[in-house]
Design a protein around this ligand. Structure first.
Ligand SMILES: [Zn+2]
Length: 355
């Protein structure tokens, strides 16, 4: 029996914790801001936040993303200024997504020493060595087809005749993911974050990093990533929408939670240092389940583009109070069990937390 049931079943129990009305009056502890602060169970700080950023080629570029008000594609020089703002507000980490100059079937710029993410990492680490730079490791922003791996294409000449035309080939993709991770590490990244939900990606990247002398570099795995409609604005931001089909053959079905535990267990076994659930809001129960089953590993949750844009749109219309809503959402994600929250609200949230 829980506390509430006990309280309603036993009329008065003066010694017990479950004494009922009129003895029990929870409102006593809500009477002033000071008392409420004393008994607050979940505390959000700027240190819990990771700020995702989109980096593009050029100089002095600050390209607006229409579906994500307040979020921009930034050239490396402008990006450094944005990262400086994050640092001054106490946000310890950024997560980088690159928009390449050219796309091709393999996504060659993804592991080029002068690729856009590599340039951005170097620029940030030169200016702000203490900033934790996390890089997204996937193929979808770099490939001309917009998919997260090498595709099984070519009709009767396709690499695997047993698999459907257009299928994302698993093991062939792993080699590229390892190359990308090593390339990001060589540029100075502090953490690599594989996001493609390719089976074996953590193990392939761990092996690649270790073979290149990066045994100390942690992997933040997108261990549970759902095929979600909430990614729509991100696709404009990162220019990574698939040219055909969707990502349901590698990302998870939104209906599943037991499968999330299986995915997580595999990534833990492969050597993931940190875990993630993405998106956050429609998956708070998944965050809670992963947190409870894998309490030994730090857990991040990605408060994704669609979640951000909904709040921005409603606030712009005067339907929601932006600050209040954002803080409630971020606190809810942390209360569900996330240690870290990747959010486009990071700078605003840090500002509100600091004021
Ligand atoms: Zn991808």
């Amino acid at each position: 029996m829980n506390v509430l049931e006990e309280a309603t079943h036993k009329p008065v129990e003066r010694d017990g914790r479950a004494a009922a009305f009129p003895t029990a009056r929870p409102r006593r502890l809500r009477i002033s801001p000071q008392l409420r602060a004393m008994v607050r169970e979940t505390r959000l700080t700027p240190e819990n936040l990771i700020y995702p950023l989109f980096v593009t080629h050029g100089h002095a570029v600050r390209g607006e993303i229409s579906s994500m008000p307040g979020v921009f594609q930034l050239s490396p020089d402008v990006l450094v200024g944005e990262v400086r703002s994050a640092a001054s507000l106490g946000v310890p980490a950024v997560l980088l997504f690159g928009i390449p100059e050219q796309k091709d079937p393999l996504g060659l710029e993804n592991f080029a020493p002068d690729g856009i993410v590599q340039q951005a990492v170097q620029a940030i680490k030169n200016a702000l060595p203490e900033m934790v730079v996390i890089t997204d490791v996937c193929l979808c922003e770099y490939t001309d087809h917009g998919h997260c791996g090498i595709l099984n294409v070519g009709g009767s000449d396709r690499p695997d005749l047993h698999l459907p035309e257009g299928y994302v080939l698993n093991d062939q993709t792993l080699d590229i993911l390892a190359k990308v991770a090593v390339s990001h590490a060589e540029a100075g990244a502090d953490i690599v974050a594989p996001s493609g939900m390719i089976d074996g990606m953590v193990s392939a990247i761990r092996t690649g990093l270790d073979a290149s002398g990066f045994e100390q570099l942690p992997i933040l795995s997108y261990s549970t990533k759902y095929a979600s409609g909430f990614y729509a604005p991100f696709r404009e931001a990162a220019q990574g929408a698939p040219k055909f089909g969707d990502r349901r053959s590698h990302q998870m079905d939104p209906a599943n939670v037991r499968e999330a535990l299986r995915e997580t267990a595999l990534d833990v076994a492969e050597g993931a240092d940190m875990l993630m659930v993405k998106p956050a809001l429609a998956y708070l129960d998944v965050i809670r389940a992963v947190h409870e089953h894998f309490p030994e590993l730090p857990l991040a949750a990605y408060n994704v583009s669609g979640e951000y844009s909904m709040v921005k749109a409603a606030s712009a219309n005067g339907w929601l109070d932006e600050e209040r809503t954002v803080m409630e959402i971020l606190t809810g994600i942390k209360r569900a069990g996330a240690d870290l929250i990747i959010t486009y609200h990071a700078l605003d949230a840090a500002r509100w937390l600091n004021s």
